[in-house]
Design a protein around this ligand. Structure first.
Ligand SMILES: Cc1cc2nc3c(=O)[nH]c(=O)nc-3n(C[C@H](O)[C@H](O)[C@H](O)COP(=O)(O)OP(=O)(O)OC[C@H]3O[C@@H](n4cnc5c(N)ncnc54)[C@H](O)[C@@H]3O)c2cc1C
Length: 396
């Protein structure tokens, strides 16, 4: 069978959405998805590998992302959570780093303001956040507080008259090398509760240094943040962020969207692997001719479809106002485990070419590692689920 005999773009089952979950969206949502998909193909996909290789964020993409108006699809634009999830997966499929940039600005940062700021604060801040005139970051993790950050937040907030003074350090904070604002979670020395503050990154005493030499999400600019006597006016203390329970309201939703990223990551791996299998010839035939290669593609597809099915149902529950923390935790743990298997099969299917980013799979493979660890590691999400089904917490 010659390469020319296969039209790889026009096979009926060329897409990883094998069970056509997209058909569950409304006509308006499908139109919007098509519009964003076209944007991603035009503006994001062509620059993704180069930005990743150089570990540089494409700043000139921000006004274009603002024009296509992606921030807050559910609360502001009235789309379903199912649509928001599929959209996030689709953005990840085009480039995981840009999806993560949006996940931080939209999900974590905007989500904190929407969920935890007063109406007056939201009116003052959200217009510039929605229009991306101000870019945000989310500062929770610390150098010494990762999985245990709920009880282990060391950054402090001290109230002094009409302002607060923040001191401490944060690690891994996405977008923070260039963001205008960052929500900092800090422990109030008065009552020991974790509270949220909107910090202007130009404030004296605030510093952000890029974390270099990452093997994953290289385009995302993650920073180590230092806070030395950073003064925050009282108005910039998020009115409804008064304990870690409040922070968790944001994380429950973003955990769900990271699980959708695991779906997008598998769709991307399947796209690359399937195309390679029909284009690459060995022993005088496309490698897709070999049964072992077909088996690998089908394993990748099965993982992708099962992850997507779980996420579709969870988003439907979220739309019905019924999704629980532990369901998001199981979804994140399950889909990221399937993702890790899928990208590893994909990486191997490309042989040597699977380890160079030029063929895209190496980027997809490496980016999966960050998704596996952030927004609660695989172990922590497993333990959250285990606690729910046994009534016993093994987290400590
Ligand atoms: C690319 C990237 C982007 C990120 N962006 C942000 C951001 O924008 N804002 C932000 O606040 N944070 C961010 N994070 C931080 C992320 O949420 C943390 O990395 C994550 O919560 C894990 O914390 P840690 O890295 O300190 O690992 P640790 O907590 O030190 O864990 C190390 C290992 O120990 C395991 N472990 C820990 N406790 C237990 C336990 N009780 N039982 C079993 N195993 C356990 C973990 O599962 C893990 O395997 C980002 C991280 C990455 C990698």
């Amino acid at each position: 069978m010659s390469k020319a005999a296969i039209d790889v773009n026009n096979l009926p089952y060329a897409d990883g959405d094998f069970f056509a979950f997209e058909q569950l969206l409304s006509a308006k949502e499908r139109d919007r998805l098509a519009e964003v998909r076209e944007f991603l193909a035009r503006e994001v996909k062509p620059i993704a590998v180069d930005c990743w290789n150089r570990a540089e964020f494409p700043m000139d993409l921000i006004p274009k992302l603002a024009d296509i108006d992606l921030v807050s699809p559910v609360k502001r634009q009235g789309y379903s959570n199912l649509f928001a999830g599929i959209l996030h997966a689709e953005t990840t499929r085009a480039d995981t780093s840009i999806a993560t940039f949006m996940g931080v600005h939209d999900g974590l940062f905007t989500g904190s303001i929407e969920a935890l700021a007063s109406e007056e604060q939201q009116e003052a801040w959200l217009p510039e956040i929605y229009s991306m005139k101000k870019i945000g970051a989310f500062g929770l993790t610390e150098p010494l507080g990762g999985s245990d950050v709920a009880g282990g937040t060391r950054t402090t907030a001290r109230r002094e008259g009409d302002h607060w003074v923040l001191n401490g350090a944060k690690r891994w904070i996405g977008n923070a090398t260039f963001s205008d604002w960052v929500v900092i979670y800090a422990r109030d020395v008065e009552d020991n509760q974790v509270k949220g503050f909107l910090v202007d990154t130009k404030t004296e005493g605030y510093g952000a240094t890029k974390i270099e030499n990452k093997i994953s999400l290289r385009t995302v600019q993650n920073a180590d943040i230092t806070l030395e006597n950073v003064v925050v006016p009282d108005f910039f203390k998020l009115a409804n962020a008064n304990s870690f329970r409040d922070t968790n309201k944001v994380l429950k939703v973003t955990r769900l969207s990271v699980a959708w990223q695991a779906v997008g990551q598998q769709l991307a791996a399947f796209d690359v692997a399937r195309r390679y299998a029909v284009e690459r010839s060995q022993f005088g035939r496309p490698i897709a001719f070999f049964q072992l290669v077909q088996n690998q593609l089908v394993q990748m597809l099965g993982n992708t479809v099962s992850s997507m099915g779980m996420m579709v149902r969870l988003s439907q529950l979220e739309d019905a106002g019924q999704a629980k923390d532990e369901q998001s935790a199981l979804a994140k743990a399950f889909t990221t485990a399937r993702m890790r298997e899928t990208v590893a099969i994909g990486r191997s299917l490309l042989g040597g070419n699977g380890i160079v980013s030029d063929y895209e799979m190496a980027k997809v493979f490496s980016d999966a590692e960050a998704i596996y660890s952030y927004e609660g590691t695989h172990e922590i999400n497993t333990l959250v689920t285990g606690r729910a089904i046994t009534g016993i917490s093994a987290i400590v």
